[in-house]
Design a binder for this molecule. Structure first.
Ligand code: IMP
Ligand code: MG
Length: 175
């Protein structure tokens, strides 16, 4: 079976929307410094583009997590593969995620980070697939709501491929 990629959101549309998000975030964080947590690997492209467009000072940090359900409860869990470099106590934390799907990853991450008492904790996602939600997550900033399609590009992968595409594409599988 081979895959074909169909453009869903072209590069220019992504850039324009990220610019709008940056303006909104700048308005909300006046006089503050953003402690930006980029969730590896998928959010790297989005976090870089957003950070470049922000006028608010940004401290950039990274986390890598893997999420898995335990099969018996609906809570699921996430394993931290790379933790933050510094403490987020009293910081204005903004989590950057590529895509919100079931919500498992963000739901668990928010409860883990809340324990460290940040001054504020907000979430910014590039894409949201609301039809897939199993775990409630309050998203503060979202780029695009999309249908339930498997997408790649701009950081998102299929079997670690296609992250470097400059647009968001739908994967079509062919015999
Ligand atoms: P959640 O924990 O189910 O919300 O899953 C979020 C993670 O699943 C994202 O950070 C992505 O790594 C991955 N994911 C979900 N949907 C897609 C998709 O359509 N394409 C690529 N990765 C996806
Ligand atoms: Mg991810």
């Amino acid at each position: 079976m081979s895959e074909k990629i169909e453009v869903m959101i072209p590069e220019e549309e992504l850039m324009n929307r990220i610019g709008e998000l940056a303006k909104e975030i700048d308005r909300d964080y006046q006089g503050k410094e953003i402690y930006m947590i980029c969730i590896l690997k998928g959010s790297v492209f989005f976090a870089c583009e957003l950070a470049k467009k922000l006028a608010t000072p940004v401290i950039l940090d990274f986390m890598q997590v893997s999420s898995y359900g335990d099969g018996t409860t609906t809570s699921g869990s996430v394993k931290i593969i790379k933790d933050l470099d510094s403490s987020i106590k009293d910081k204005d934390v903004l989590i950057i995620e590529d895509i919100l799907d079931s919500g498992r990853t963000l739901c668990r991450l928010i409860s883990i980070l809340s324990v460290s008492n940040p001054a504020s904790l907000k979430v910014c996602t590039l894409l949201d697939k609301p039809a897939r939600r199993e775990f409630p997550v309050d998203v503060d900033y979202n780029g695009f709501e999309i249908e339930d399609e498997f997408v790649v590009g701009f950081g998102l992968d299929y079997a670690q491929k296609y992250r470097n595409l400059p647009y968001i594409g739908i994967v079509r599988f062919e015999e």
